[in-house]
Design a protein around this ligand. Structure first.
Ligand code: UP5
Ligand code: MG
Length: 194
């Protein structure tokens, strides 16, 4: 069996990662794995690290790599075993350089990381979207959103820049309407079918 393709999907809180990944997976059959959703599920199900994860997310900080990577690794293996589509959209990861090095140690050559897709959106637009969201996420408050944005700038921008340096960054402007952002994303993703 061929090695699964992976596209990392990044962008500030509210940039539209989840919205676009949901649409892409329903149109193209890609498997959408949101690192944030996997962490929230651990909290909800009272997993071993649930309390630790909840405390970190409440501060808008970043969960230790070993936890996130093992959740992603398990999810990838589970889906791969089902014989589903070999393309994964990994939403909201890697968020730090250390996230990426841990991924390389634990998952490494088991998958083929094609590139990082970055949704670029103005901070004020992102904050506005998050605060208007009706999903009842406990981290969608004004003060926590600002902390999440701060973590994005200090910890995530450096790994995004590393991918740019490696020639593995594809940028999609995300301030436009959902349909327009989706069209622009489709153009970028044509690359993985080549
Ligand atoms: N919306 C979307 N696109 C729009 C558009 N083009 N025009 C108008 N509205 C648009 O969208 C947000 C809202 O905007 C929605 O209401 C949507 O309808 C609307 P969404 O698609 O949900 O944006 P997304 O980028 O997914 O925003 P999200 O808030 O999920 O991003 P975060 O990165 O903050 O959240 P995530 O779940 O990835 O992580 C949460 C926390 O988990 C982190 O803060 C961190 O503590 C922890 N975490 C880790 O520690 N490690 C990880 O690897 C991952 C997460
Ligand atoms: Mg999301």
């Amino acid at each position: 069996m061929s090695v699964p393709n992976v596209v990392f999907v990044l962008g500030a809180p509210g940039a539209g990662k989840g919205t676009q990944c949901t649409r892409l997976s329903s149109k193209y059959g890609y498997t959408h794995l949101s690192a944030g959703d996997l962490l929230r599920a651990e909290v909800r199900d009272n997993g071993t690290d649930g309390a630790l994860i909840a405390g970190i997310m409440k501060e808008g900080k970043i969960v230790p790599s070993s936890i996130t990577v093992s959740l992603l690794s398990r999810a990838i293996e589970k889906v791969s075993g089902e014989g589903t589509s070999p393309t994964f959209l990994i939403d909201g990861f890697p968020r730090t350089r250390e996230n990426w090095s841990t991924w390389q140690e634990i998952i490494g050559e088991k998958v083929n990381v094609r590139f990082m897709l970055l949704y670029e959106c103005e901070e004020t637009v992102c904050i506005d979207r998050v605060l208007k969201r009706q999903e009842g996420r406990s981290d969608d408050t004004d003060s926590i959103v600002r902390k999440r944005i701060a973590s994005h700038k200090s910890s995530t921008v450096p790994i995004i820049e590393d991918f740019r340096q490696m020639g593995k960054l594809r940028v999609v402007p995300a301030g436009a309407a959902v349909d327009k952002v989706f069209e622009d994303t489709e153009k970028v993703l044509e690359e993985i079918n080549k």
